[in-house]
Ligand binder design. Sequence first.
Ligand SMILES: C[C@H](O)[C@H](O)[C@H]1CNC2=NC(N)=NC(=O)C2=N1
Length: 96
Amino acid sequence: MAVKLTDTTELDALLADGWQKTDGRDAIEKEFTFANFIEAFGWMTRCAIHAEKMNHHPEWFNVYKQVKVVLSTHDAGGVTDLDLKLARKMDDLATR
Ligand SMILES: C[C@H](O)[C@H](O)[C@H]1CNC2=NC(N)=NC(=O)C2=N1
């Protein structure tokens, strides 16, 4: 099972890339904005396929072209390497 982070080097890199620590909870979050709903939903679909392969799933909220994402490993009760991996993938998929 995934374990909570101790080395925060990779986390710091994500925090420099627009991810933030969630208030009152051990999680990270980011708001993504796309050109329109189709772009937003297309990205969500690509993320969903990747999340399912990882068996690690985002909490997210979509309104039109915006998607707010919160990542945390429920099984571990906090942020783990799985969250960092998914966050990186979400960033990658948003910039291609
Ligand atoms: C039973 C199943 O493998 C677990 O519930 C997985 C599924 N997806 C998950 N996703 C996230 N974000 N955290 C988890 O702890 C988690 N656990």
